[in-house]
Design a protein around this ligand. Structure first.
Ligand code: LLP
Length: 472
């Protein structure tokens, strides 16, 4: 990473007076009576209208983050003489309205399935502003992408190169293709690691096999060039998620630009575009600091400029695919507290302490991340003020599974009780999109809030919805 920390400017939205700080969306305030307000709407009114559990999305915050990423990258890459496209990664959360917001803020949309593609199209996103990913796309998905005239299909294997070429040929079209490569760089959390050989399902490795021949990535790129039914648009690299150290992006960019030069040397084709993927990390807990888009955009732009000069190749157009960084902080989940139970726990040091188990009316079905990744979240009682001494609490759901944890560790007022409203911060990304019907719970609605008003983007599921799927 280059540049001094004090040069950092933040383009991310931050809350004004009354804002409780990271990790809440910029529209969150605490009223004097203790109630939380989101974009001018009192959470008690939201709950009266929409019930709990509910995902609440701060529309202005989403839009501001989308703009912040677009502006930061467009500015930094214009300064080094090239362009950049920002694709919103729909896997984080995609609804018709959300896709429209992204589009209205000048973003494109990255989809990873036929379902996500259908939602982006329903939102009116033009095909050329959509990308389709997937390590195992069906023929139906490839046809849907070609029907829509998507701007790029990111191929993930040599067999897919041949399948897509055959399919495009049969339709008499030329498919725009990026090849997803694995650079050996893995990032996430606070660190990145670099390994030569990858043991995972995505992409094609840039490392040669033991025979020292062409790498799978180079082979696939050459295969695309060899098929007239395919147009080789570029090379794609995604290194990980929740990245807080941006060094990995620069290391991966070097590998990709080198590969681009290698393809040019072999075929004379210097690909037009390079995608550096998503993964920009956010704050989940108070005091955590999100990756700053201005800083990372400047660092990556200057790194690629230096690498391009070393390789003697002009810079390609770049693209990035942030998901979490756009929608994560814009969302929160509202729950109603039910059973509260003190549990005596013996710590590693043998000492006994009390952990207050606070059960809410949702759980791992609306946020699987704590159970799946051990992810940490922050929660607060949001419907009233309490002077009670804070106690160590664990927020749990209502599923029949002891791993059904919503917040592993948080200080809550000692008088937290049934009927209290609880908000969990920064649940906008990978909450609703990874939700399930475990225990046949119905999935919560997605409610957008703007200028004090709210509207339902995705309605609450009902038991009738579940029964309608069951054919008896
Ligand atoms: N582009 C590609 C090719 C991706 O695979 C991903 C995420 C993204 C973009 C967006 O990454 P983001 O900016 O949102 O970090 N379910 C996990 C995250 C999985 C991410 C998979 N790919 C979680 O809840 O943390």
């Amino acid at each position: 990473m280059t540049g001094a920390a004090e040069e950092t400017t933040t383009a991310l939205p931050v809350g004004g007076p009354g804002h409780p700080g990271a990790p809440w969306s910029s529209g969150v305030r605490r009223r004097e009576d203790g109630a939380l307000e989101v974009a001018g709407a009192d959470v008690r009114d939201l709950v009266a209208q929409h019930g709990t559990p509910a995902y609440v999305l701060d529309e202005a915050d989403f839009r501001a983050r989308a703009r912040a990423y677009r502006t930061a990258f467009e500015t930094a890459f214009a300064e080094v003489g090239t362009g950049v496209d920002v694709y919103y990664a729909g896997k984080a959360l995609l609804t018709v309205a959300v896709a429209r917001w992204a589009r209205e803020e000048g973003l494109r949309v990255d989809t990873a399935s036929g379902g996500e593609l259908a939602v982006a199209l329903r939102a009116g996103v033009p095909g050329e502003a959509i990308g389709l990913h997937g390590n195992n796309k069906s023929d139906a998905e490839l046809h849907a992408a070609l029907d829509a005239g998507v701007g790029r299909i990111i191929v993930d294997s040599l067999v897919e190169v041949e399948r897509l070429a055959d399919l495009a040929g049969a339709r008499g079209t030329v498919a725009p293709v990026m090849v997803r490569v694995t650079t050996g760089v893995h990032a996430g959390g606070h660190e990145y690691i670099s390994t030569a050989h990858e043991d995972q399902k995505f992409g094609l490795s840039v490392s040669s096999g033991p025979d020292g021949g062409d790498s799978p990535a180079l082979e696939a790129l050459l295969a695309v060039v060899a098929r007239p039914e395919l147009h080789l648009l570029g090379i794609h690299s995604h290194i990980g998620s929740q990245i807080l150290d941006p060094t990995g992006f620069e290391v991966a960019a070097r590998v990709v630009l080198q590969l681009r030069a290698d393809v040019a040397a072999r075929t004379g084709v210097l690909v037009e575009e390079v995608d550096l993927g998503g993964g920009y990390g956010i704050a989940y807990l108070p005091g955590e600091v999100a990756l700053d888009p201005d800083r990372v955009a400047k660092d990556v732009a200057s790194a690629v400029t230096a690498i391009g000069a070393e390789l003697g190749t002009p810079l390609p157009r770049f693209s990035i695919e942030p998901g979490r960084a756009i929608v994560g902080p814009a969302g929160l989940t509202l729950y109603t507290v039910g059973t509260v139970k003190p549990v005596a726990v013996t710590g590693d040091d043998g000492a006994t302490f009390t952990r207050l188990y606070v059960s809410v009316d949702g759980g791992m079905s609306d946020n699987i991340r704590p159970a799946l990744y051990g992810a940490d979240y922050h929660a607060e009682v949001v419907g009233r003020v309490s002077d009670a001494e804070p106690v160590l609490a664990r927020v749990v759901g209502k599923h029949c599974e002891s791993g059904d944890i919503v917040v592993h560790r948080v200080m809550l007022p000692g008088d937290v009780r049934a009927g209290d409203l609880l908000a969990v911060a920064a649940t906008g990304a990978y909450g609703r999109s990874m939700a399930s019907n475990y225990n046949l719970l119905t999935r919560p609605p997605v409610v957008a809030v703007a200028d004090g008003g709210s509207r339902v983007l995705v309605r609450r599921e009902t038991v009738d919805d579940l029964l309608a799927l069951d054919q008896g």
